[in-house]
Design a binder for this molecule. Structure first.
Ligand SMILES: *Cc1c(COP(=O)(O)O)cnc(C)c1O
Length: 218
């Protein structure tokens, strides 16, 4: 089933859009099955599970951290993450930069935008994002790669489109205002239920779990 789901997704995704397979709560075997089909980018949202998978699974997997990150958990995530997609406070950003300095590693990040999804309170508001991007010089060990966002959890397609349109407009504004951030070029929006819609709003990455691995058992 995993192989079939991946193949179907790959046929529909435009070539410029990266597929991150969200494997949270799924066992190693599921990840290895997707890996066997050539999938290399995986996303996890819990630090302990992230670290345990990253150290035990093939070394050439590209691990994306997509969950809430507390500053006392950085050592479980930052050594292995190729992209931390869920930077949601200035405090976290400062801690990530300090960790990077101490460990001589530059950490690639996305800033999480809070626009849709009422059920999560995580993420910066658009004006906070604008403020953070004025201070990037204070974070030499952080590479600002773009924005991550979630649409409201609803069946109302117009509401989802509204959320994605606002995130995309913010992304475009950030890029226009900060040409010095040469690799601020990633827009991570779109999950199992709304990734087709996200394609209409210029996403460069989709994060898909259920539509690849099936339902999660919490
Ligand atoms: C779980 C999760 C996903 C994937 O959700 P699905 O609906 O299973 O595709 C994407 N992004 C984030 C931030 C998540 O936590």
């Amino acid at each position: 089933m995993i192989a079939y789901n991946l193949e179907k997704l790959r046929k529909e995704l435009p070539s410029g859009v990266k597929l991150v397979a969200v494997s949270k709560f799924h066992p190693f075997e599921a990840i290895l099955e997707a890996y066997g089909e050539g999938q290399r980018a995986f996303g996890e949202n819990r630090p302990q599970e992230f670290a345990s998978k990253a150290v035990q699974l093939p070394f050439d997997i590209e691990w994306h951290f997509i969950g809430h990150l507390q500053t006392n958990k950085l050592k479980l995530v930052l050594p292995y993450a190729s992209l931390v997609e869920s930077i949601d406070t200035l405090h976290l950003l400062e801690a990530v930069n300090a960790w990077g300095e101490k460990n001589s590693k530059t950490i690639s990040v996305l800033l999480e935008v809070h626009i849709g999804a009422e059920e999560t309170k995580q993420g910066f508001t658009p004006s906070e994002i604008a403020a953070v991007l004025m201070m990037t010089g204070d974070f030499p060990f952080v590479r600002f790669r773009g924005l991550m966002g979630m649409a409201s959890h609803t069946d109302d397609e117009e509401a989802i489109r509204g959320d994605f349109a606002r995130i995309k407009a913010l992304y475009d504004e950030c890029r226009a205002a900060h040409p010095e951030l040469a690799d601020f070029d990633q827009l991570s929006i779109g999950m199992s239920d709304d990734w087709r819609i996200a394609l209409d709003y210029g996403c460069t990455e989709v994060r898909i779990g259920t539509a690849i691995f099936g339902n999660r058992e919490y």
